[in-house]
Design a protein around this ligand. Structure first.
Ligand SMILES: *Cc1c(COP(=O)(O)O)cnc(C)c1O
Length: 379
C-alpha cells in the first residue's frame, strides 16, 4: 500500500526533543527551541516577527483576533479551502463572503474579490493553494485602495515565494501550518508572521492569554498582568524541538518533495497533451514548494472510477474540499458572492496523489504506472 501521506521525519528530531526534556528542562511554550524556530523563520524569510502557535488554525485565529472585527464585518475568502480559513474569522463574529477561484492556480480570483467588496468588508484572506502563490500584487492593490487588511493563509506555502517574496510575508499577517500533513511538521503546530508593525505588541499579548508577559520578560514593564483578550497559542517546546530538526533539513525536504513533483509532472505531460487530464499550473513569477500534486479529471464520475482504480493497485489517492459555501456551516454563516464558475467543478474533478518526504523513486514509478494504466495508453 502506498500511503497518501507519511509525516516528515528526517531522523534528528528526537535528539532535539530529548535535549528539550533532559538538558533544557523546559517543555512549556517559548523555550529555547521555540526561540530558535522563530529566529529561523524570521531570518530565512526576512519576516519582522514570527511566533510559533499550536496550529495553523490558531495562527489564523490570532490573525482574526488582531483584525479586531465587529459583528457583521465581512471577510472575503475563497470557498475552495479548508474549514479553518473560515472558522477563525467566524469565531471573531465575522460574516463570511465566499468568492470564486481561478482555473489555473485554483487560488482566489482578484476580480471576484473586488466585485464582492461592500461597505462592511474589512479583511481579504488569500489562500495559497498547493503552495502556489495567489496574485498578490493585485490583492495588495485592492486592499490598499479599499483600506482592507490582508491575512495570508500560507498553511501550505512554507518555502514558496511570489516575485521573490516568501509567502506569508506579503500581507499584514501570514499563517503557516506545521501539521503532519504539511511540508514541515511538529505534529500539530503553526506560526503567525506579523508583518504590520502596528500589531506586533498585541500579537504577543493575544498569544499569552491576554497578558503582557512577553513585555515583562523583556524588561519593558515591571508588572505582568492581564491587559486584553487572548488565548493560549504557545506550543510546547518539545514540539518546537521536533520542528527544529525539520527546519535544519528544510532544503533536503524541499528537494526531495520537488523531485517527486517533477517526476509526476513529467510523466503526465503526455496525458495532458491528449486531453485526458489537466495538470497543475505554476505561473512563471512564482516558486512553489511541491506541497501537493493533483490532477483534474474530466468529471466527478471519472474521478471516482480513477480513485477506485488506484485503490485496486494499492495506492491511496484523496480529494478535497467540499466547497465551504455548500457545506452546512457555510450555508448558515456565509454566502457566495458572484458566480461559482470554477469552485464546484474543481472540487468535483480534483484528485491528489501520494506526495511526502521520503516517497521512493520506485513508489513514484508505481503511482505513475497506475495512473497511466487507468487511461489505457502508453506513457
Ligand atoms: C492545513 C491547513 C490549515 C490548518 O492548519 P492546522 O495546522 O491543521 O490547523 C488552514 N488552512 C489551510 C489552507 C490548510 O491547508
Amino acid at each position: 500500500m502506498i500511503s497518501f501521506n507519511i509525516p516528515p521525519y528526517v531522523g534528528t528530531e528526537l535528539e532535539f526533543v530529548r535535549d528539550a526534556v533532559e538538558s533544557n528542562r523546559k517543555i512549556c511554550g517559548d523555550g529555547p527551541y521555540t526561540k530558535k524556530c522563530q529566529a529561523w523563520l524570521e531570518g530565512t524569510f526576512g519576516a519582522e516577527k514570527a511566533l510559533l502557535t499550536t496550529s495553523g488554525t490558531s495562527a489564523l485565529e490570532m490573525a482574526a483576533m488582531l483584525c479586531d472585527l465587529k459583528p457583521g464585518d465581512e471577510v472575503i475568502l475563497p470557498s475552495f479551502t479548508f474549514s479553518s480559513t473560515a472558522t477563525a474569522f467566524l469565531m471573531m463574529g465575522a460574516r463570511l463572503v465566499f468568492v470564486d477561484i481561478l482555473p489555473d492556480t485554483k487560488n482566489i480570483d482578484p476580480k471576484a474579490i473586488e466585485a464582492a467588496i461592500s461597505d462592511r468588508t474589512r479583511v481579504i484572506v488569500p489562500v495559497h493553494y498547493a503552495g502556489v502563490a495567489c496574485d498578490m500584487d493585485e490583492i495588495m492593490d485592492i486592499a490598499s485602495r479599499y483600506g482592507l487588511l490582508v491575512v495570508e493563509d500560507a498553511a501550505q506555502g512554507v518555502m514558496s515565494s511570489y516575485k521573490g517574496r516568501p509567502l506569508g510575508t506579503i500581507g499584514d499577517f501570514g499563517c503557516y501550518s506545521f501539521h503532519e500533513t504539511k511540508n514541515y511538521s511538529m505534529g500539530e503546530g503553526g506560526a503567525i508572521l506579523v508583518n504590520n508593525d502596528a500589531y506586533a505588541d498585541r500579537a504577543d499579548i493575544i498569544r499569552e492569554k491576554g497578558t503582557n508577559r512577553s513585555n515583562f520578560l523583556r524588561g519593558q514593564v515591571d508588572k505582568y498582568t492581564w491587559v486584553d483578550k487572548g488565548s493560549s497559542y504557545l506550543p510546547s517546546d518539545m514540539n518546537a524541538a521536533y520542528l527544529w530538526g525539520q527546519l535544519q533539513a528544510a532544503d533536503a525536504i524541499y528537494d526531495n518533495r520537488m523531485a517527486t513533483w517533477a517526476a509526476y509532472n513529467e510523466a503526465f505531460k503526455s496525458l495532458e497533451e491528449r486531453g485526458l487530464v489537466e495538470l497543475p499550473v505554476i505561473p512563471e513569477d512564482r516558486v512553489h514548494n511541491a506541497h501537493m500534486y493533483y490532477l483534474l479529471l474530466p468529471s466527478l464520475e471519472e474521478r471516482s472510477k480513477f480513485i477506485g482504480h488506484l485503490k485496486e493497485q494499492g495506492i491511496q489517492a484523496c480529494f478535497h474540499y467540499v466547497p465551504l459555501h455548500s457545506a452546512p456551516a457555510g450555508e448558515r454563516f456565509g454566502e457566495f458572492r458572484g458566480d461559482d464558475e470554477w469552485t464546484t467543478q474543481v472540487s468535483d474533478r480534483l484528485v491528489r496523489l501520494p506526495l511526502y518526504y521520503g516517497l521512493s523513486k520506485e513508489e513514484v514509478g508505481k503511482v505513475v504506472s497506475a495512473v497511466v494504466s487507468y487511461f489505457g495508453v502508453e506513457a
